[in-house]
Design a protein around this ligand. Sequence first.
Ligand code: CA
Length: 337
Amino acid sequence: MTIGHQCLRFTASMAVAGLVAVLSTGCSSVESPSGRQAVPIIFDTDIGTDVDDAGALAILHIMADRGEARILATMSANQNRWCAPAIDVINTYYGRPDTPIGSSKTGPSPEEWYHDSVPDYPHDLVSGHDAPDAVALYRKILAAQPDRSVTIVVVGWLTNMAGLLKSGPDSSSPLSGSELVEAKVKELVSMGGRWPNSAKNEGEYNFRMDGAAAHKVISDWPGKIVFTGLGRDVMTGGRLVAEAPKDNPVPAFYRNFFKGHKVSERSSWDLIAVLYAVRGLSDYFTAVSEGKCVGREDGGNEWIPGAASNHSYLVYRMPQAELAAVIEDLLLTPPLR
Ligand SMILES: [Ca+2]
């Protein structure tokens, strides 16, 4: 499907639903019902290692349907061949089958459970090995965006962000990776770290999986980073599995995870990162900005109190049970397509 076709379909949907939304990379920016501009977002995931990545991408699509976000691209930091197809399955279900998908060619590649369900749902990207290199795709997409406009939300390890920072001029842009980030990125949202400090030798998973990348990004990112790190006790997915229609692939992914781990709900780390990336602090969170994060190469992190810096981290404002209800309601919202 072409971008133009998607825009036409969107216009028809707007007339029916009375909602303002943008369904593809090529549509111009519009305002959501709240009056805020749609946030242009690149979603970067380690999908395949936990199920909250699938839920996070689902609610990003729902918020795009509502005109709150505009999805520029979806990236896998996980090299496993099933990860990019799993992303494609979700993009396709939510009516954006042509959303660009990039995949790391250098990062870790653990495999767990997504392959159990990927073949059961429509998609056309057969293997992550066929997806373009994520860093090259980041450069191409960022170069084409207005200055200081893009939000990148990373809900996995920071491999692609470190690769982007280290990248050099190419056919997409004469800028170095660091210069390109400084020019085009408004905010990096990282689901990583334990706040304010990780215990010794107990760095948070996303930082620890590629500790060198986390250290590089925390030390050298030339712009604002908001670390989320929240979600352990915000349990979701139970209602999704019970109530969502059978053609929705996301509850199938949750079901596989629940079966494998003998649980009936899952923490919402990645969904919270996406919620913040799109809606900002809202009534949900407050930010701690007085200080700076230091990241170790073993994946540990330490918050050094002091003057405000380019770093901040989130704390809860809304009770966690209410936040879970907000997220689960989004998960159960049918696609606009
Ligand atoms: Ca994740």
